[in-house]
Design a protein around this ligand. Structure first.
Ligand code: TGC
Ligand code: FAD
Length: 392
């Protein structure tokens, strides 16, 4: 892998819109990614192994619960800082950002928002420090885009709940200490339950042979008559809106994160195009390559402006779920297109692990599917502007 020479593009001087705290948070993460992630990530991805040695560093840079209040161990930062952290981590690798997204928005967020005080005290500080790693079980073998149809169920047995069912495609599941699991009660109402590793009947087999997010561990959650203590039910919200509320926070982080992947591809392609000569001059001097690079920086700049504005709205509690869907959808497609174009600029070198582009490209094929597919986010926008749902 070539040394990390990343230089972030900022064509519209967006730095001027950031506070000193935003820039400090961003630059700290950027340095950490250069120092700790870039040197090891290609080997981890090639070996399809999650680099668990990064967990302590992720906790230290505030990537576990950036916006969770400090009293619970979080970093107490605003939404723009949260976005910038995701951007910098995904500049290194989408799989590492996945671990941070899941921990923050899909595990800490529901415990913070829907949990009781005991649950918050018990789990949040350990999740913030990385002592506990969590995962989020919503998707099932027969219910991906339509989680409302889930079949995982729990029964009230008097002194405990009995949980049965299975979840599939769960980031972090193979090594997670706890899982926030969404299941229906006997009346068919969806609730969140905290399931701990070691509970009898609970297993987490790993999913192998992925071509994408290879540095992230993905697996199943299997519940075979698992006895879940009653105090592990999240009491303060139920219904499909509860897991979907967590997704809003994670999708927002992804809208920022993928800008990092796009910036890394663009920066690599620009440097390569200026250094690589064919027909007696740098390939950056050919109009076809300039078209690609000029369109890339334009799209990155538009995505940066979109997420910055979304961050301001989130800080004011005014961002809608539909706005988040639009940003996630637009920015992931933008990043995937840039990864594909950048790879071509590198010619044959682009397919090797000497450069990060092909790894970003493969990762983004997962990112365009998880947290709501590209189609589902388009339908969410369609529903928002017409008032008519077209999911069924
Ligand atoms: P629908 O009837 O529209 O809504 C049910 C209830 O939920 C409310 N709601 C939301 N609440 C908060 N945030 C949102 N984004 C919400 N969207 C809807 C809604 O108001 C309603 O509330 P109430 O009180 O009236 O009951 O539900 P539907 O069944 O028609 O489905 C709508 C649809 C298709 C948009 C939704 O199911 C959906 O978003 N599907 C996509 C599933 C998905 O995104 N799964 C992601 C799994 S987790 C994951 O991928 C993690 S990857 C992590 C990583 O590694 O980084
Ligand atoms: P399906 O829902 O079967 O969709 C297949 C195709 O049909 C898609 O193109 C889709 O857009 C289209 N489609 C579906 N419904 C409609 C419709 N109404 N109209 C038009 N087209 C439609 N889930 C978790 O719960 N937790 C996790 O941590 C997690 N991590 C993941 C990690 C990875 C690496 C991956 C790949 C997935 C992960 N997921 C996770 C699952 C992810 O959220 C689902 O894959 C996603 O929601 C889509 O579900 P599906 O794969 O079952 O596809």
């Amino acid at each position: 892998m070539s040394p990390d020479q990343f230089q972030a593009p900022d064509y519209f001087l967006l730095d001027e819109l950031l506070t000193e705290e935003h820039k400090l948070v961003r630059d700290t993460c950027r340095e950490w990614v250069k120092r700790e992630v870039s040197p090891i990530i290609e080997d981890a991805a090639q070996a399809a192994k999650f680099p668990s040695q990064l967990l302590g560093g992720l906790a230290e840079i505030g990537a576990f619960g950036p916006y969770i209040p400090e009293e619970y161990g979080g970093a107490g930062l605003d939404q723009i800082s949260y976005g910038l952290i995701m951007q910098e981590i995904e500049r290194g690798d989408s799989g590492i950002r996945s671990t941070a997204s899941v921990q923050s928005s899909l595990v800490m967020y529901p415990i913070w928002k829907y949990g009781d005080e005991n649950q918050k005290q018990k789990y949040l500080p350990k999740l913030a420090s990385g002592e506990f790693i969590g995962c989020f079980g919503l998707t099932e073998p027969n219910h991906g885009s339509n989680p409302g149809g889930m079949e995982t169920r729990f029964k009230d047995m008097g002194d405990h709940y009995l949980l049965n069912g299975a979840k599939l495609w769960i980031s972090n599941s193979p090594f997670a200490d706890i899982a926030v699991v969404w299941a229906k009660n006997e009346e068919g109402r969806i609730h969140g339950l905290i399931v701990e590793r070691g509970m009898e009947g609970f297993s987490t087999p790993e999913t192998h042979h992925k071509w994408s997010l290879r540095a992230s561990a993905t697996g199943e959650l299997i519940f075979d008559n698992v006895k879940v203590p009653k105090e592990n039910l999240l009491p303060n919200k139920s219904g499909l809106g509860a897991p979907l509320g967590c997704l809003d926070s994670a999708r927002y982080g992804i809208a920022w994160g993928v800008i990092g992947a796009a910036m890394d591809c663009y920066d690599t392609a620009l440097r390569y195009a200026k250094e690589r000569s064919q027909f007696g001059k740098p390939i950056a001097g050919f109009q076809l390559q300039q078209k690609k690079l000029a369109e890339m920086i334009t799209e990155i700049t538009k995505a940066q402006l979109l997420t910055w504005r979304l961050g301001v709205l989130r800080n004011e509690n005014r961002a809608t779920s539909a706005q988040i869907s639009m940003a996630k959808r637009n920015n992931v497609e933008m990043a995937l297109n840039i990864a594909r174009e950048s790879r071509q600029i590198l010619g044959a070198m682009g397919i090797t692990g000497d450069y990060s582009i092909m790894r970003h490209m493969m990762n983004l094929e997962s990112v365009i599917t998880y947290e709501g597919t590209h189609d589902i986010h388009l339908l969410i926008t369609g529903m928002d502007i017409t008032g008519i749902a077209a999911f069924t």
